[in-house]
Design a protein around this ligand. Structure first.
Ligand SMILES: NC(=O)c1ccc[n+]([C@@H]2O[C@H](COP(=O)([O-])OP(=O)(O)OC[C@H]3O[C@@H](n4cnc5c(N)ncnc54)[C@H](OP(=O)(O)O)[C@@H]3O)[C@@H](O)[C@H]2O)c1
Length: 272
C-alpha cells in the first residue's frame, strides 16, 4: 500500500506473459481487482480471458486505462515500444507514475518520452509466474521513495526485489534475467547424464528437479554460504569430491562467468 492507506490503481499496457505473472501475483497478494486495469494492442480474446480469470478491468481504449490508473506498467515487447509510447504520450498526465519491465529500454529513453514523469526501470525474471521471481529495479531522476515502495509492492507480489543503479541492470539481465535458462540447462544436462548412465528418464527428472529445488531451499532457509554447504557434503576421497572434481577440470566455473558476462554484453548492445 503505497500511500499507507490503499492500493493505487495500476494499468498494464501489454497483456502478455509478464503482465499476467504480475497480475496473478498482485491478485494473490490481495490487490483489489477493480484497481488493476489491462489493455493490449488488439487481442480481445486475451483481455476477456484475463478478466474472467483474475476479475481485473480490461479495455481496448488507452484513454480509459490512463484515466482510471495512477500507475502505468509498460509490458510490451521492445519492438512495440515506439508505437506504445506514441499512443501513451498524450495521455500521461502529472501524477502518473510509470514502471517499465521492457528489457533494454533505458531510463533516459523513457524520460525523453515522458518528461517529468517518475519512472522505474525493472528487470523481473520468469519464475515470477510462480511467485518465485526476483526483480531488480532502478529509479529514474524524477522518481523517489514513493516509487521505490511502489516497485517493491508490485514486484514483491511475485518474488524478491532489489534496487540497483541503472548501470547494473545489464549485469542483472545476464545473471538473474537469463539465470533461469542457465538452471534449466543444468537440469537438462543432469537428467541427460542420469539417462545416459542408465536411469529411466522420468526417474532421472524427478531426482534432478527435487535435488535442485531442495538445494535452493537449503540455501535460502539456512542463509549459509554455498561453498560451505558444498564443503559439508564433500568428504575427502568421497563420491561428491570425485563429481565436483570433474566439474572443476572441465572449467564449469569459468563457463558460468563467461555466460553471465556475454549475456550482459548482449543486453548492453540491445539497449535503446
Ligand atoms: N517474459 C519474461 O520473462 C520477461 C522477463 C523480463 C522482462 N520481460 C519484458 O516484458 C515485456 C513483455 O514480455 P512478454 O513476455 O509479456 O511479451 P508478450 O507475451 O509477447 O506480450 C506483449 C504484449 O504487448 C501487447 N502490445 C503490443 N503492442 C502494444 C501497444 N501498442 N499497446 C498496448 N499493448 C501492446 C501485446 O498485445 P497483442 O497481443 O494484442 O499484440 C501483448 O499483450 C518485454 O519487453 C520483455 O522484455 C519479460
Amino acid at each position: 500500500m503505497v500511500d499507507g492507506k490503499t492500493h493505487p490503481t495500476v494499468g498494464f499496457v501489454g497483456a502478455g506473459n509478464m503482465a499476467e505473472a504480475l497480475i496473478s501475483g498482485m491478485r494473490a497478494a490481495d490487490w483489489p481487482p477493480e484497481r488493476i486495469w489491462v489493455t493490449n494492442r488488439s487481442n480481445r480474446t486475451r483481455l476477456d480471458w484475463l478478466r474472467a480469470r483474475y476479475g481485473v478491468q480490461t479495455t481496448q481504449d488507452k484513454k480509459e486505462l490512463c484515466g482510471a490508473s495512477q500507475v502505468l506498467v509498460l509490458a510490451v515487447k521492445p519492438k512495440d515500444v515506439p508505437e506504445a509510447t506514441d499512443q501513451l504520450r498524450p495521455l500521461v498526465r502529472p501524477g502518473h507514475r510509470l514502471l517499465s519491465v521492457v528489457a533494454g529500454l533505458t531510463l533516459a529513453s523513457l524520460e525523453r518520452a515522458f518528461p517529468g514523469t517518475p519512472v522505474v526501470r525493472a528487470m523481473p525474471n520468469t519464475p515470477s509466474a510462480v511467485r518465485e521471481g526476483v526483480t531488480a529495479y532502478a529509479l529514474g531522476r524524477w522518481a523517489g521513495q514513493e516509487d521505490a515502495r511502489l516497485a517493491q509492492e508490485v514486484f514483491g507480489s511475485v518474488g524478491a526485489v532489489v534496487e540497483v543503479p541503472e548501470e547494473r541492470i545489464d549485469l542483472v539481465t545476464g545473471l538473474s534475467g537469463s539465470g533461469p535458462a542457465y538452471v534449466f540447462f543444468l537440469v537438462e544436462s543432469l537428467i541427460e547424464a542420469g539417462v545416459r548412465s542408465g536411469l529411466p528418464p522420468e526417474v532421472a527428472r524427478d531426482l534432478v528437479v527435487q535435488t535442485v529445488f531442495g538445494a535452493a531451499r537449503m540455501l535460502r532457509e539456512t542463509g549459509e554460504d554455498p561453498a560451505e554447504l558444498r564443503r559439508r557434503v564433500t568428504s575427502p576421497g568421497g563420491t561428491t569430491m570425485a563429481g565436483v572434481g570433474a566439474l572443476e577440470e572441465r572449467g564449469v566455473r569459468g563457463a558460468f562467468l563467461e555466460a553471465v558476462q556475454r549475456a550482459a554484453r548482449r543486453a548492453r548492445e540491445l539497449a535503446s
